[in-house]
Design a protein around this ligand. Structure first.
Ligand SMILES: C[S@@+](CC[C@H](N)C(=O)[O-])C[C@H]1O[C@@H](n2cnc3c(N)ncnc32)[C@H](O)[C@@H]1O
Length: 337
């Protein structure tokens, strides 16, 4: 039995992704009728075939939605929005705050840059979204293992100056959004690794990396670099830079023990997924994959079932496609066996 129902739901997304989100909802055949939109915010009304939404409606895997909430209505102040949440839940639950500010739908953490505690699974969370000076929406959702624990699906992580690229942020945000388990026992192969933002984030987590890219790596990762894949230092992270295009990488370049495939190549989704499957066939220890899919147009999201089918044919069982707060014209795709 569902605890909460509403005629409306709203989705929080990256600014500029609203149209693609609506297109994705239509392509998924969901009984959601478009109702209202602002930058970073799209609301839907339940189709007459279902009448109202409940908590289960929030679990639809809409890639462009960073957070989906049952809508409790609109208010002119944050306090009034909080009242709407209190009335619906019967007490004040954990409240997440979000706002559209500086062209960004941002989640607000109590202390900027400091991650809040992870909510427990099954807990009801209220969200107050500020869209303008007198426009606040109140919503709620139930925390599950498949959604980000952070307000508006935005961990608020800040990139350190030493990172040679924004890709550092993409890796760190994906780890938090998908709650990825990466340990020092893993070996990651990253294709499209230069100049090395992702590589740096992994090395600093203590994880060895085989980086594939014909381009040069930034100096910041030089201290970790080894020249022979078969002579790896024990007990500390290392980087083996395989300076080739992905298509020329063979079993010998990978060696033993690779557990993760990652890609940040600026190639089409189909080429990236094809390489993911080929790498996993060369290295049977690859159980997990994290790929940044660069889109020429956000409407390419309607091809997502074809991407999932390709991955299934390569032995991957669970797939999650997601727009992260740090993504622009791209989507993060996580897949595991
Ligand atoms: C967005 S950059 C990668 C940023 C990088 N992941 C980081 O953490 O700094 C894209 C990279 O993909 C590489 N690339 C494009 N096609 C490739 C291919 N077929 N094989 C390997 N690398 C490729 C480019 O050389 C470029 O360095």
């Amino acid at each position: 039995m569902s605890r909460y129902r509403s005629e409306f739901i709203f989705a929080l997304c990256n600014s500029g992704a609203e149209k693609a989100l609506k297109l994705e909802v239509v392509s998924m055949g969901l009984p959601w009728r478009f109702s209202y939109q602002k930058k970073g915010f799209v609301a839907f009304k339940a189709d007459t075939s279902i009448g109202t939404f409940d908590e289960v409606s929030l679990n639809e895997p809409v890639a462009f939605a960073r957070r989906i909430c049952l809508s409790l209505g609109k208010a002119s102040t944050a306090e009034a929005a909080e009242d709407l949440i209190r009335q619906a839940v019967g007490k004040t639950p954990l409240i997440h705050r979000a706002r559209y500010f500086d062209h960004t739908m941002e989640g607000l953490n109590t202390v900027p840059g400091v991650l809040p505690e992870q909510p427990e699974l099954g807990v009801c969370i209220g969200t107050i979204v500020e869209l303008g000076p007198d426009e606040f929406f109140a919503g709620l959702h139930i925390h599950t293992s498949d959604i980000s624990p952070y307000p508006a699906g935005d961990s608020g992580i800040i990139m350190p100056e030493r990172s040679p690229s924004r890709a550092w942020l993409k890796l760190e945000e994906a780890v938090r959004f998908f709650n990825l388990s990466l340990t020092k026992r893993d070996i990651v192969v990253e294709v499209g690794c230069a100049p090395g933002g992702v590589v740096l984030a992994l090395l600093e987590r203590g994880i060895p990396v085989i980086g594939v890219d014909p381009a040069r790596m930034a100096d910041v990762v030089t201290p970790y670099q080894i020249s022979d894949r078969y002579e790896t230092p024990a007990g500390k992270p290392w980087l083996y830079h395989c300076r080739k295009p992905a298509a020329l990488v063979g079993k010998k370049d990978l060696g033993q023990g690779v557990t993760w495939f990652m890609s940040d190549m600026n190639q089409s989704p189909e080429i990236i997924i094809k390489e993911c499957i080929r790498f996993a066939s060369m290295s049977s220890g690859i159980r997990n994959a994290l790929m940044t899919l660069k889109l020429t147009d956000l409407s390419q999201v309607v091809e997502k079932s074809a991407w999932f089918e390709m991955l299934k044919s390569g032995g991957f069982k669970k797939m999650r496609l997601q727009s992260l707060s740090v993504n622009h014209r791209e989507l993060a795709l996580f897949a595991c066996k």
